[in-house]
Design a protein around this ligand. Structure first.
Ligand code: NAD
Length: 297
């Protein structure tokens, strides 16, 4: 079997187009422009790239982008004051504080200071609790993107065996809750899981979010399974060059799987698309308007 390649780039472009269409309708029909505030503290180069890209894509879909770049030595009190200001600003519907924060800050305290209704990353404890209890939440962007791809690929997920590898708060755990919400039989595997290969072999759906290049090989995959590779690992490609690979060994897995996301071009582009979808959802909820269809969990 040769797997169907799930084109995350095209999927993400479609989501952004749908968001843009609904933003245009909000502006024309209600005079409302959704606004996303992104806060970056310090000079982390990867974070700077993400923030720039988020700002550009926010503007491209017709939303207002508010960027706040603060120096590394900013105090937690000053950051909390900015978060409070953004919470109170009616033009801001979504707030994202780029992680990681500098070491002298308590990330949990900062994230939990964001108004949960504006927490478009879905990391606030209230949103974690709402998702965990099957209530309407702001859902973390990367797992939301994975869920959207799975639904588009497989339709009804009910009764499917799903194995999520990784138990982080930003990917693994919310992914497992979302799959449970869609009535999958869910296992969460992690660094202490015994006989991981055999756990993965029973899965109709594999979501790998580990951060270990090519860890999941083709002989772990049940024939016909759908494989979502969240991992982003930069490896040495020789001659002083590097390249990005996932947690799944693409060549061997794509011989066995029914469908698979590539790295790059799979889950990666979905994350920002879902951030924009979440900002639109937050804006609709804040204004008592119906939520955008097909863009939420
Ligand atoms: P993390 O380091 O917080 O968590 C990794 C998880 O993998 C842990 O729960 C750990 O238990 C598990 N793990 C580690 N070694 C293992 C092993 N040998 N066997 C089984 N499980 C093992 O990472 P994260 O933040 O969840 O990110 C995971 C990967 O996804 C990284 O490569 C990251 O870059 C990528 N990522 C991609 C996106 C995206 O937009 N595509 C977003 C977030 C994270």
């Amino acid at each position: 079997m040769t797997a169907e390649i799930i084109d995350g780039k095209a999927f993400a472009a479609d989501i952004r187009a749908r968001v843009a269409e609904q933003v245009a309708q909000l502006k024309a029909g209600h005079g409302i422009t959704p606004g996303l505030a992104v806060v970056l503290v310090g000079e982390d180069p990867a974070s700077q790239v993400y923030v720039k890209s988020k700002g550009r894509k926010t503007v491209e879909v017709g939303m207002e982008s508010f960027e706040h770049r603060l120096p590394e030595e900013t105090t937690e009190a000053d950051l909390l004051a900015l978060v409070a200001k953004l919470n109170a600003d009616p033009a801001v519907h979504g707030i994202l504080v780029q992680l990681p924060l500098p070491k002298h800050m308590n990330s949990d305290a900062v994230i939990n200071a964001i108004d949960p209704a504006k927490d478009v990353d879905g990391f606030h404890v209230s949103n974690v609790g709402l998702l965990g209890t099957g209530q309407k939440a702001m859902v973390p962007c990367t797992p939301l993107g994975c869920l959207m791809m799975l639904r588009a690929q497989l339709g009804d997920l009910s009764g499917k065996e799903a194995v999520v590898i990784g138990r982080s708060n930003i990917v693994g755990k919310p992914m497992a809750h979302l799959l449970l919400g869609d009535s999958c039989t869910v296992s969460i595997a992690h660094s202490r899981t015994r006989d991981l290969a055999n756990v993965v072999r029973r899965a109709d759906i594999v979501v790998a979010a580990v951060g270990r290049p090519g860890m999941v090989t083709g002989d772990w995959i049940k024939p016909g399974a759908t494989v979502i590779d969240v991992g982003i690992n930069r490896i040495d490609a020789g001659e002083g060059k590097t390249r990005l690979v996932g947690d799944v060994e693409f060549d061997s897995a794509s011989e066995v799987a029914g469908a698979i996301t590539p790295v790059p071009g799979g889950v990666g582009p979905m994350t920002i698309a879902c951030l924009l979808a979440n900002t639109l959802t937050a804006c609709c909820r804040a204004n008592g308007l119906p939520e955008p269809e097909g863009l939420t969990a």
